[in-house]
Design a protein around this ligand. Structure first.
Ligand code: ADP
Ligand code: MG
Length: 321
């Protein structure tokens, strides 16, 4: 059983940043308005994600760390799930390759409770101290799996991958306050803000001030966000933030459509800077092709490509470009 869990863990947990992604998405699913991420040793020694979300009742803590247990499947139809997670794999997978402590307090509960999973061994539910929400502490990630530990980069590299991951999520969730802290980094605080303020904080104030707002719709697919003026080009695609129904994704088709939209307005070897929010009927997109990757599969990729190119070209044309 532990072996199966560890194989599953390989799917969900590749590195500390994937742990951060899963825990932050759980916090968002729980309706958190404040999320704090604390790391040590680039997230290998410690990653603690605290939220002020709905919390978990004490008697449901054992379920939360069990495989394929999820509270997020309203109607058996996986394609229509609106929340970020729904596989019930993250906590058990992390718990199989680390020392995980889940502490939670539901609003109105007399006290908090916690449960630990130490490299796959689930402990008993115990009373704990926590005023509100949920705190998940993950220590010694992959310590018991040397083969995986070996593939991790330096603390510094893993630490900045965590920041990048959290920022990719935060850019689409401006109403939520994020704080990334820890002895291994200088703290980043992203206060609750308007969408454009959040984009300024993450992508840069210059971009926020000098980009074009996008607002287009085609056959039920909505595109919002901001596209940089051609003068904002970069040498790589790291400054392209794309979300689909609130989830950060990395999709070749979207990025190539984005580049195509700029055409000759930008030198061949340059990449545009953009923040793109795509919203569409969850039945028309599969954002869970692979749990740890940010792949998406659109039912009609041509429609999305056409919408993107059309909207950005129109916006650039309006600026006389
Ligand atoms: P999934 O998110 O796919 O349901 P997870 O393993 O990530 O699976 O989490 C299992 C369950 O634990 C969730 O369905 C949810 O009920 C509960 N849970 C996990 N994290 C939190 C959190 N931060 N706040 C409230 N509930 C949580
Ligand atoms: Mg989850």
């Amino acid at each position: 059983e532990t072996t199966i869990d560890r194989i599953a863990a390989g799917e969900v947990v590749e590195r500390p940043a994937s742990v951060a992604k899963e825990l932050v998405e759980n916090a968002l699913d729980a309706g958190a308005t404040r999320i704090e991420i604390v790391t040590a040793g680039g997230g290998k020694t410690l990653m603690r994600v605290s939220d002020d979300g709905s919390g978990i009742p004490a008697d449901e803590l054992p379920l939360a760390v069990r495989r394929h247990c999820t509270s997020k499947l309203p109607d058996e139809d996986i394609a229509l799930v609106g929340t970020l997670g729904f596989r019930g794999e993250a906590l058990p997978s992390i718990g199989s390759v680390a020392h995980l402590t889940l502490t939670s307090r539901r609003a109105g509960a007399g006290e908090a409770a916690s449960i630990t999973v130490a490299n796959g061994r689930v402990g008993a539910v115990k009373p704990a101290a926590l005023s509100k929400g949920t705190t998940v502490e993950v220590r010694d990630l992959f310590q018991a799996v040397p083969a995986r530990l070996k593939f991790l980069k330096t603390d510094r590299a893993e630490g900045s991958a965590i920041s990048e991951m959290v920022k990719r999520i935060a850019v689409a969730m401006p109403q939520v306050r994020f704080e990334i802290a820890g002895e291994d980094r200088t703290p980043t605080i992203l206060p609750a803000a308007s969408p454009i303020e959040r984009i300024g904080a993450i992508v840069g104030e210059a971009f926020a001030a000098d980009s074009i707002e996008l607002d287009a719709e085609r056959e039920g697919v909505r595109l919002g966000g901001f596209a940089g003026l051609p003068t904002f080009s970069r040498g790589n695609a790291l400054h392209q933030f794309v979300t689909v129904n609130g989830r950060p994704v990395r999709d070749k088709m979207v990025l190539s459509a984005l580049r195509a939209a700029y055409g000759d307005a930008m030198p061949r070897d340059r990449c545009p800077v953009a923040v793109l929010f795509l919203e569409l009927d969850p039945a028309l997109v599969d954002v869970n092709v692979h749990p740890a990757k940010a792949d998406v599969r659109f039912r009609d990729p041509g429609l999305v490509r056409g919408l993107l190119i059309g909207a950005i070209r129109q916006a650039l044309a309006r600026e006389g470009l």
